[in-house]
Design a protein around this ligand. Structure first.
Ligand SMILES: Cc1cc2nc3c(=O)[nH]c(=O)nc-3n(C[C@H](O)[C@H](O)[C@H](O)COP(=O)(O)O)c2cc1C
Length: 371
């Protein structure tokens, strides 16, 4: 394991010292698309996955959890938005990912918002996201994923750019009629980059949506991707609605809309006239909402933490506040592809230091985020 940790440290140092400075000179969307294609190709090169897995992954029983019948060997997943074309389902387990979400996918192909769709805020450790659900649509994803088997749980994030309930239901129907072996769905009710869309932050609209989703009698668990910019009171009223319907989990949460968030470098964020933000500016509010949901609904929902996870300590904070699983994107971009392995090994140390033998023992042991 020592040589593995050394390799992880070396690749991280090389990524941050050499590759990242070069990549950050190029157009962010071009880099994103190229990295996804690169990962897709690597996954089919004979022996490549085996080699990467040997370098980055060891079985760590402390991190393995069985949740509603599904084993998650590792608690870190790729959040919705990075693999919006379903290209990476064969590529991620050798990096130490325990699960991944594809999407968000709409019923019909969707062009997304006009450029710029992606930007970087290095001082704020954040990305500007203005994708607006750009994706190839449910039929393309189905034809791509139907043939595949997955070595980690895969979820499909479903949404609609205009918030049309009929379109969301149509997409679910297509996926349910397909033979994709996904473990779960995410229902994205919280993309802040959609202009003029029907708002599911209004409890009545959410109620209408979930009533129709319930009627589909979907057996796979549905996780709801929650916003982070509502007040505690508003969030609780949405959670009360969700709790009366079929969804099994809530994810806290989506992007940061509030440009006054104190994690931003104020001059940096002002450069962007469009979009919402990932990374560190999402961290604290996501934590507060995990704690809130855990306090009121831990018996009802599985909680998934997402937002601003860069290190094992960040992931552990979310776990201690009530999250069984954690998702990330931006930490990967800033720290490098070895970040997930770094987090897995780091989490194991943190669990041991607190006297826990499994991650489940640490879930919800803290009720309040540190201010
Ligand atoms: C490039 C990019 C695209 C995203 N697209 C989606 C999306 O399509 N659906 C979704 O639910 N969240 C989307 N998100 C939000 C992420 O899933 C996540 O909630 C957010 O980035 C916070 O996590 P992070 O700080 O680890 O990146 C996107 C984020 C990024 C960075």
């Amino acid at each position: 394991m020592k040589s593995q940790l050394l390799f992880i440290t070396i690749t991280g140092t090389l990524y941050r010292g050499l590759l990242k400075p070069l990549l950050f000179l190029l157009d962010p969307e071009f880099v994103h698309v190229s990295m996804v294609r690169f990962g897709e190709i690597c996954a089919v090169v004979p022996g490549f996955k085996k080699c990467v897995r040997w370098l980055y992954v060891r079985p760590l029983p402390e991190l393995s959890q069985k949740i509603n019948g599904t084993t998650f060997e590792f608690p870190i997943g790729l959040a919705a938005g990075f693999d919006y074309e379903g290209r990476l389902t064969q590529a991620l387990s050798p990096l130490g990912f325990g699960f991944q979400t594809v999407g968000t996918i709409t019923n019909e192909p969707w062009h997304g918002n006009a450029k710029p769709r992606l930007g970087r805020l290095p001082h704020s450790k954040s990305l500007m996201v203005n994708k607006g659900f750009k994706n190839p649509g449910a039929n393309t994803i189905i034809s791509q994923l139907e043939k595949k088997s997955f070595d980690i749980p895969v979820g499909i994030s479903v949404g609609d750019a205009k918030g049309s309930i009929d379109e969301i239901i149509a997409a679910f129907k297509k996926f349910e009629a397909s033979s994709i072996r996904n473990t779960y769905y995410e229902l994205n009710i919280s993309c802040p980059n959609l202009h003029g869309a029907m708002s599911f932050y209004i409890p009545k609209n959410l109620e209408d949506l979930l009533t129709k989703v319930d009627a589909l009698k979907i057996k796979k668990p549905i996780w709801i991707k929650m916003p982070i910019n509502l007040s505690d009171k508003e969030t609780l009223s949405l959670l009360r609605v969700i709790s009366k319907h079929s969804p099994a989990a809530v994810i806290f949460g989506n992007l940061q809309h509030d440009r006054k968030n104190k994690s931003f470098d104020a001059a940096e964020v002002q450069k962007f006239s469009v979009g919402n933000f990932s990374g560190k500016p999402t961290f604290s509010r996501s934590n507060e909402l995990i704690a809130l949901a855990s306090k009121h609904f831990k018996k009802r929902f599985l909680i998934v933490g997402c937002g601003g996870v860069f290190t094992a300590e960040d992931a552990y904070t979310k776990i201690k506040l009530g999250a069984h699983l954690v998702q990330m994107i931006t930490g990967l971009v800033f720290r490098g592809p070895q970040a997930v392995a770094e987090i897995n090994f780091g989490l194991r140390e943190l669990l041991h230091a607190d006297g826990h033998t499994n991650i489940k023992d640490a879930v919800g042991t803290h009720s309040q985020p540190n201010k």
